[in-house]
Design a protein around this ligand. Structure first.
Ligand SMILES: *Cc1c(COP(=O)(O)O)cnc(C)c1O
Length: 362
């Protein structure tokens, strides 16, 4: 096998090598069936076994809380931005949003097309470089839900704790940090994530929701956009993205093999500390973008003195086998996405490269 790239892509992103190898071994003949998992009926027992295993494994990793359902949907997290208000923002209610950056703003934009929204907290004044303090959050009495973006992938900020919203369902877009650490699902009405960052390949969106939020959708919504269609048909109302779901199941198995979410968190903290320390100890040559208390464990955003130097950094890094270090086009700068599957050694290699680059250009 050729050398694996030092993959710091933001999404689709690195997958665990062990998962790719297992998928490769099972690719042409899945468990002696003479077929790939991709070639099977989604109504057959073999596929359904994988499908149900993925769902129960996910709940198991989250401590098997009662009253939650896992849905496997399509259309990305971006479709959830619309499905949430379509299904839950009913007449007379208001959708409350925490405005933390690029992805939160996209969620708000969609909700505004559907109904009334309110910004419950915002870090816009801080150019989205921090997570607002939600300890004194006041929610309107008629709030249908509070929506937050657990990790802002583009700005590189992340919630460290989630607000207590009482009887108002808390909904989190966890696309870029789901399963990076343990979390208490019972605090949430719903969490959702496009799979292509921390859960698997693109093509499937995972929704974990309290049953009462997804069992009875307003009747005027088209079938595919109703949560109850999917909840009441075990996400098999129509053809699911079967190969992507199979891959999610394998990534979840890999997380179990790592020792579960606590072990994953420990690794992630070590990885992030290695990189943030390199930035902080560079004497200002590298500068972290997010404020320290809001720094993401998953997306490390940083800058150099000027754009010319950043261009040079990216060009040289690519020559050395590093992929995906360019910041999002909307904010510029540099970004290393260090999701669960990115090995510690790759970050070590990046830090060595950064030190070398500073020696040459500092
Ligand atoms: C990537 C991302 C999305 C968009 O996901 P798609 O699956 O491409 O629609 C939404 N929210 C966050 C936080 C993301 O990182």
């Amino acid at each position: 096998m050729g050398k694996r790239a030092y993959n710091f892509n933001a999404g689709p992103a690195a997958l665990p090598l062990a998962v790719l190898e297992r998928a490769q071994a099972e690719f042409v003949d899945f468990h002696g069936t003479g077929m790939s998992i991709m070639e099977m009926s989604h109504r057959g027992a073999v596929y359904e076994g994988v499908h149900n295993e993925a769902s129960s494994r996910l709940l198991q990793l989250l401590g098997n809380p009662q009253g939650y359902k896992v849905l496997f949907l399509q259309g990305g997290a971006s479709t959830q931005f619309a499905m949430i208000p379509m299904n839950l923002l009913t007449e007379g209610k208001v959708g409350a949003y925490v405005k933390t950056g690029s992805w939160a703003n996209k969620a708000i934009k969609e909700a505004k097309l559907i109904g009334e929204t309110v910004v419950a907290a915002s870090s816009e004044e801080d150019k989205y470089m921090s997570i607002p303090d939600l300890s004194k959050l006041q929610l309107p009495e008629n709030a249908a839900y509070l929506h937050l973006t657990s990790n802002e992938t583009i700005e590189g900020t992340q919630f460290t704790q989630y607000p207590d919203t009482g009887s108002v369902p808390l909904i989190a877009d966890m696309s870029s940090d789901i399963l990076c650490r343990p979390f208490d699902l019972s605090q949430f009405g719903m969490v959702y994530a496009g799979a292509q960052k921390n859960l698997g390949p693109s093509g499937v969106t995972v929704v974990i929701a309290r049953e009462e939020l997804v069992n009875d959708s307003p009747k005027h919504i088209p079938s595919m956009l109703r949560y109850d269609t999917h909840a009441n048909n075990n996400s098999l109302y129509n053809t699911p993205p079967s190969f992507s779901i199979y891959m999610v199941n394998e990534v979840l198995r890999w997380i179990e093999e790592q020792g579960g979410l606590q072990a994953v968190e420990k690794n992630n903290r070590e990885k992030a500390a290695l990189l943030y320390d390199a930035i902080d100890n560079s004497g200002g040559f590298f500068r972290g973008c997010a404020s320290k208390e809001s720094r993401s464990l998953m997306n490390v955003t940083f800058r150099l003195a000027d754009e010319e130097l950043e261009k040079q950094f990216i060009k040289l890094s690519e020559q050395e086998g590093f992929v995906g270090l360019k910041g999002h086009r909307s904010v510029g700068g540099l970004r290393a996405s260090i999701y669960n599957a990115v090995p510690y050694d790759n970050i070590k290699a990046l830090v060595d490269f950064m030190n070398h680059f500073q020696q040459q250009n500092g």
